[in-house]
Design a binder for this molecule. Structure first.
Ligand SMILES: Nc1ncnc2c1ncn2[C@@H]1O[C@H](COP(=O)(O)OP(=O)(O)OP(=O)(O)O)[C@@H](O)[C@H]1O
Length: 252
C-alpha cells in the first residue's frame, strides 16, 4: 500500500480571467504527511482539484509510484445533505464503494469492509441514520470512513477536521497515525496550525503561489505566518485572530 511521491512543476491555473495558481512547484515525498495551509481563497482546494485532474491546469503533474499504481482516496470539504433525502449512512457507503446501485443494497463483498470502516470512525451504531440527520462532525467521520475503502495509497484531504469535535479529532489523529505507519502519502489542507505542527512532516504555505515550504517546526514562524496571511487582499484583523494560534497572536 506504499504511496507515491507527488510532483508539480510550473503548475498554473486560470479560471475565467483570474489566475488562481501561479507557477506551483511542489514535491510531496512518498509516504509523507504534507499539509497545505493558507488564507481563504488562496487556491488550496483548487490545487487539490488540479491534482485530482478536475481543473484545466497548465504545467506538469507527476505521481511516481513505488510499484504499481494504487488507489487514490479523497475526502472533500464538508458536504451538506438535505434532511429529507432518504439516504442512510449504509446507502452512502454503498454509493461510494460499490458499482451496483445503492438501492439494490450493500454488496456482500463490501459489507465487512464498511462495518470495519464505520467502527473505526465510531459510527457503526448510526449506520441506519439518514445522512441529513447527522451532525456536521458525524458526517465528516463518514467522509473519513468512505476514504478507507478500498485502502488508499495516496490520500487527499480537504479540511477533514473542520467540523470535528474533540472525540472526532482523536479519531482523525488515530487514522493519520495508521496511514503514516502504512506508508500512505497524505496531502492535507488544514486551517488548524496547531494540528499541522503536531502531525505533519512538511507544510506548504500557499497564497496563489508558494510562500514557504518545509518542516512545520522550522517554517511556521510568526514572520512567515504573517507574510502568508497578511498578503491576501481579503485578510483582516478578524481573519488573523481566527487563523493564527493564540501563542502566535500574542507574539505578533
Ligand atoms: N470554478 C471557478 N471559477 C472561477 N473562480 C473560482 C472557481 N473555483 C474557485 N474559484 C476562485 O478561486 C479562488 C481560490 O478558491 P479555492 O476554493 O481554491 O480557495 P481555498 O484556499 O480552498 O479557500 P478556503 O480556505 O476558503 O476553502 C477563489 O477566489 C475562488 O473564488
Amino acid at each position: 500500500m506504499t504511496g507515491p511521491s507527488v510532483d508539480m512543476r510550473q503548475v498554473r491555473l486560470t479560471l475565467g480571467q483570474t489566475r488562481i495558481l501561479h507557477d506551483i512547484n511542489l514535491h510531496v515525498p512518498a509516504g509523507s504527511i504534507h499539509a497545505l495551509i493558507g488564507p481563504n481563497g488562496a487556491g488550496k482546494s483548487s490545487l487539490i482539484k488540479t491534482l485530482m485532474g478536475q481543473m484545466p491546469h497548465q504545467g506538469a503533474l507527476t505521481l511516481t509510484w513505488p510499484a504499481q499504481p494504487g488507489v487514490i482516496g479523497y475526502v472533500p470539504q464538508a458536504l451538506e445533505f438535505d434532511r429529507t433525502l432518504p439516504m442512510t449512512v449504509n446507502d452512502f457507503m454503498g454509493v461510494m464503494t460499490q458499482r451496483r446501485p445503492a438501492f439494490f443494497g450493500l454488496s456482500s463483498r463490501n459489507t465487512q469492509a464498511i462495518d470495519d470502516a464505520l467502527t473505526r470512525v465510531g459510527m457503526h451504531h448510526k449506520r441506519r441514520r439518514r445522512m441529513g440527520a447527522l451532525s456536521g462532525g458525524e458526517r465528516q467521520r463518514i467522509m473519513l470512513a468512505q476514504a478507507l475503502i478500498p485502502a488508499p495509497a495516496l490520500l487527499v484531504l480537504d479540511e477533514p477536521m473542520a467540523a470535528l469535535d474533540e472525540a472526532g479529532v482523536a479519531v482523525f489523529e488515530d487514522l493519520l497515525g495508521y496511514w503514516r505507519n502504512s506508508g500512505v502519502t497524505v496531502l492535507w489542507v488544514e486551517h488548524d496550525l496547531d494540528a499541522v505542527r503536531r502531525l505533519a512532516d512538511r507544510v506548504t504555505g500557499l497564497n496563489h503561489r508558494i510562500v514557504f515550504e518545509g518542516e512545520p517546526a522550522k517554517v511556521l514562524s510568526t514572520e512567515q505566518l504573517l507574510a502568508l496571511f497578511s498578503a491576501h487582499p481579503r485578510i483582516n484583523a478578524h481573519d488573523v485572530a481566527t487563523v493564527l494560534p493564540a501563542q502566535t497572536r500574542v507574539a505578533a
